[in-house]
Ligand binder design. Sequence first.
Ligand code: RRO
Length: 309
Amino acid sequence: ATTKTHIGNFKFENCFMNAAGVYCYDRNELEQVINSAAGTFVTKTATLQSRPGNPEPRYHDTALGSINSMGLPNLGFDYYLDYLLELQKTHPDRTFFFSLVGMSTEDTHALLKKVQESDFNGITELNLSCPNVPGKPQIAYDLETTEKLLTDIFSYFKKPLGVKLPPYFDIVHFDQAAAVFNKFPLSFINCVNSIGNGLVIEDESVVIKPKNGFGGIGGEYIKPTALANVHAFYKRLNPSIKIIGTGGVLTGQDAFEHILCGASMVQIGTTLHKEGPAAFERITNELKAIMDKKGYKTIEDFRGKLKYL
Ligand code: RRO
């Protein structure tokens, strides 16, 4: 079996990649993803200026997943763009993802205009779902703001663009969000970011310092929510908008389920943080074994073909 895939005209040798935030802070981490079995990478979400992020400890692994309140620490737009432009020369046959968001609407437009004017020829992922910057709500929970933002963006942005979404939890919200995204020439949506503002307690204490312990939940806890979001949007979106499935992927079986729900690529966050880039080879081999057993040769043989009772 092969796990190759595509988003628009961009082809990837493997459907697996990191989730933004994990193994993507700097060149050293991104190089480890390039040199793994992953099909591509996405950078840490970049802002115009570099940011130190929230006070530590700000990431904690638990038996069933993780909690984080990183607060958007990153090396700044120019650092990631310089590296991506360098990779276009050294790896002309590959496509990488550039994750971005501004600390304000004005900053988001400034960032995307810089991408538009640059030689970057990869795919841009606009993060509409960071749960961890005090005072800044998750943008995509406000669909009016999101529609206005995308309307303004597509007036000047002509390169491939997708959006990273928070999980939604209501069928009417799936309907309303999909109706907004269907108005735009998005290359993809990525479901889901961490489930925002959970609280993990050990003994008598929270486990991370920012926001008195509140943080985004990832890992095994969130797979049912992630699968529901992937499939809800798969059933509602124009087929030209591909879906990246993210959330609760520990095994090949988890990835199989994301693809069955409609995902064209699958991102790995908490598991990559726990296991390192060797996770890509293990999970790819596990998915291929499931496909071989079922007689599926490519992921298109079962993508979106979830069975109902
Ligand atoms: O940096 C973070 O705190 C962070 C971000 Br930007 C995000 O999109 N999702 C997340 O769980 N953490």
